[in-house]
Design a protein around this ligand. Structure first.
Ligand code: GLA
Length: 725
């Protein structure tokens, strides 16, 4: 997987379908290549030494330096920036040595991808150092034998005698000169991860979050693609961050038109004081090259995220079908009301009831009580124990909502510890949703959160936790840090949060955790390391969800996305869609209900029950199979189609937002089937070869009114086996 050619000083990192070549030239680490797999490192005559004396430009502005810094006239974006003890920012990192290690080490204090056995991956560590100041960097690259994802991270050390300030750390990858487009996931609350594709010219492009969370606005994902890339063809270079806080991701097109992609911490809200001997671990970044379009990207990312980011008991287990009371009751519930909803849920086969918000302190609205994780027995007679037990008696598991990183100014916690929130003395504490953010960088705050959440989890049979985080940082600073370290506050918050998540999820390994942040405001590989699923969006409208789930699916697997059937008119858009369509679209993720089941018509309940039965029968394919996008709802007049495939079945979902009179015929071509095999959907009367389904395609039905959808379930038959019968 990783080969070192000592004579040529070339490191060849060889994944299943990609190669990445690094080399040492005059003591400088260069990136020679990233793209399709090469059989070996034979590249003589293909590596040019550009720049030297070629023009007025100094050498480094034109060399493919692997870790670009401020030195020898380098003019592009820097991967590592420091303000050294002399006050300047020159940094000449020179190669010191390397190690090739089996497997993959965990990152100190940060989430990261992992191996189950050492022989499934190799890690290359490369040491570099600036002789004058003692700034040292160790780069780490992991190549997996059966996953097409390159994982990389960086450690910065102070091996000198004087302190310096680390002001930026980015993972940089260089691309061949060509014309490209950019793809990123833009959003806002209730319309997260809308896929945006824009032409890329010659300059710098950046998306970022300085919100203290990866955020609704920009997901930590950026892809650079050839202009005509479609779902199934075209070169795609993509990256994401295993981190849940502020980030920046960008592309810098250099003098020779070779773009450099970079992802890392957001330097607007980050710097770190490095005393002699200090060690700083930067977050992990993941890079994927796919020569076969956007589905090629997803087909590489999904199994990796599912199996080498997500972990724990629930990683491979069928995810329970849940009923959540949020949109059913909001804060206005009683024990009886909850039980009535749960009973209906149990009758139609749901497996988990989730009590969302409003159960603690005096929480009858969003104005108070965050931080006081003590049940309100006046509202919920008998407390969590009684409701959990009653739910269990209905044959369902019980789950509970928390928002542990927050504090309401109107809470006992805030009255006792007004300095525990992020703030700046002498300035207003900006509230959002009437709440402030706890300073998770402080040990005593972390311990309080661990203890208060654990105490609730210990008191009753709680099988699921929804971990919410409903606002972003404004005065995001820790009052206990000295002025020289205040810019460390946001990253210290993340390290503290990760410690808390590690402790709680390890102490309660049986519990299924789902992360949430005002919907999908923290949907990233960092959170997925602790919690294998995320609430995709507070927008539960089926039509909107086709877009949100489309964008999310570019890198995140369906098993990571929560998707619920909710009431009509929809609470976010006021749109009315058929019950069946709401079910079909929610089957694009971890299926559940978020409406008052006790108030639904018999007809809708029958549809709901049919959907529950279907999910139970098909969820192994939907959660563990291959997910392929067939029709992009951002184009195609909003029509959407997607497919789940495993060895013995294919599930196809079609969605049409509005019907036209006398419609033109539309066909949807399936993908990735066995050409010779026969696929049979008895319900819709389709029996066709894989080749016919892929080339002729399914006919998009019509005539059912707006927001119509159809789910086809094809069982695969092997014609040879059939003939033998
Ligand atoms: C956030 C979540 C919702 C719900 C509410 C409760 O908005 O995204 O799903 O849990 O908080 O207050």
């Amino acid at each position: 997987m990783i080969h070192y050619n000592q004579q040529k000083a070339i490191f060849h990192l060889q994944g299943p379908t990609y190669s990445y070549l690094l080399g040492v030239q005059d003591g400088v680490l260069m990136q020679w290549y990233w793209g399709g797999r090469l059989p070996n490192d034979a590249v003589e005559g293909l590596i040019e030494n550009r720049g030297e004396g070629a023009s007025f430009d100094t050498a480094f502005s034109r060399q493919p330096v692997a870790v670009p810094t401020q030195e020898r006239g380098y003019m592009g974006q820097r991967a590592v920036s420091v303000r050294n003890s002399e006050g300047d920012d020159v940094l000449s990192l020179r190669y010191q040595g390397y190690r090739i290690l089996p497997g993959k080490k965990a990152l100190q204090g940060l989430p990261c991808s992992y191996v189950e056995k050492d022989d499934e991956a190799q890690t290359l560590e490369i040491d570099m150092k600036d002789a004058l100041t003692g700034v040292a960097v160790t780069l780490s690259f992991t190549v997996f034998a059966s996953y097409d994802v390159l994982a990389r991270s960086m450690v910065v050390k102070n091996e000198g005698g004087k302190p310096f300030e680390l002001t930026d750390v980015q993972a940089a990858m260089r691309l061949p000169a060509d014309s490209y487009e950019l793809l990123h996931l833009k959003g806002a609350w209730a319309r997260e991860r809308h896929a945006r594709r824009v032409p890329m010219g010659e300059g710098s492009y950046a998306i970022k979050s300085r919100r203290g969370a990866s955020g609704h606005e920009n997901n930590p994902f950026l892809a650079v693609l050839k202009p005509h890339t479609t779902e199934d063809q075209g070169d795609v270079y993509a990256m994401t961050h295993v981190y849940s806080g502020s980030f920046s991701a960008g592309v810098d097109v250099g003098i020779d038109n070779e773009p450099t992609m970079m992802i890392g911490l957001c330097s607007d809200v980050f710097s770190w004081q490095m005393e002699p001997g200090a060690v700083f671990q930067a977050p992990e970044a993941l890079f994927v090259y796919a020569p076969d379009g956007l589905n090629g990207l997803s087909h590489r990312m999904h199994p990796f995220v599912r199996q080498r980011i997500c972990r724990g008991k629930w990683r491979d287990l069928p995810r329970p079908i849940l009923v959540n009371n949020w949109e059913a009751t909001y804060f206005d519930f009683t024990y009886d009301k909850l039980l009535a909803i749960a009973k209906r849920g149990a009758e139609i086969g749901c497996e988990l009831f989730v009590l969302d918000d409003g159960w603690f302190g005096r929480r009858d609205s969003d104005h108070c009580s965050l931080g006081d994780w003590v049940v309100n027995e006046k509202k919920l007679e008998g407390g969590i124990q009684r409701i959990a037990q009653s739910i269990n008696e209905l044959g369902m598991q019980f789950g509970l909502w928390f928002e542990p990183e927050m504090v309401s100014p109107d809470s006992d916690l805030y009255r006792a510890h007004p300095d525990w929130c992020l703030h700046v003395d002498g300035r207003p504490r900006t509230e959002a949703r009437n709440q402030l953010i706890l300073d998770m960088g402080r040990k005593e705050v972390q311990d309080y959160v661990i203890e208060s959440v654990s105490a609730v989890l210990r008191c009753a049979p709680i099988s699921y936790v929804k971990w919410d985080m409903n606002r972003n940082m404004s005065e995001g600073f820790s009052c206990v840090l000295p002025a020289s370290r205040r810019m460390e506050s946001q990253h210290r918050y993340m390290l503290g949060l990760y410690r808390v998540l590690e402790e709680i999820t390890s102490a309660f390994p049986e519990v299924l955790f789902e992360s949430c942040s005002g919907g999908g405001g923290r949907f990233d590989c960092g959170m997925l390391c602790y919690m294998p699923q995320t609430w995709t969006s507070d927008d539960t409208d089926a039509c909107e969800r086709t877009r949100i789930q489309y964008g999310t699916s570019l890198i995140y697997p369906c098993s990571a996305m929560g998707a619920h059937v909710s009431a009509v008119p929809n609470h976010q858009t006021h749109r009315v869609t058929p019950f069946q369509t709401r079910c079909d679209v929610a089957m694009g993720g971890n299926f559940g209900f978020e409406l008052d089941l006790s108030k639904q018509t018999e007809e809708d309940l029958a549809t709901a029950k049919k959907a529950v039965d279907m999910v139970k029968k098909l969820r192994s394919t939907m959660q563990q199979g291959v997910y392929t996008r067939l029709l992009n709802p951002f184009a195609n007049e909003g029509r959407a189609a997607w497919q789940f495939t495993d060895d013995h079945r294919v599930i196809v979902c079609l969605y049409v937002p509005y019907q036209q009179p006398n419609p033109q015929p539309h066909r949807v071509k399936l993908a990735g089937l066995e050409a010779e095999a026969l696929y049979v959907d008895e319900e819709h009367g389709v029996t066709a070869s894989g080749a016919a389904l892929m080339n002729l395609g399914l006919i998009m039905p019509h005539g059912q009114g707006d927001h119509a959808s159809w789910v086809y379930v094809f069982e695969k038959k092997d014609p040879a086996a059939e003939a033998r019968l």
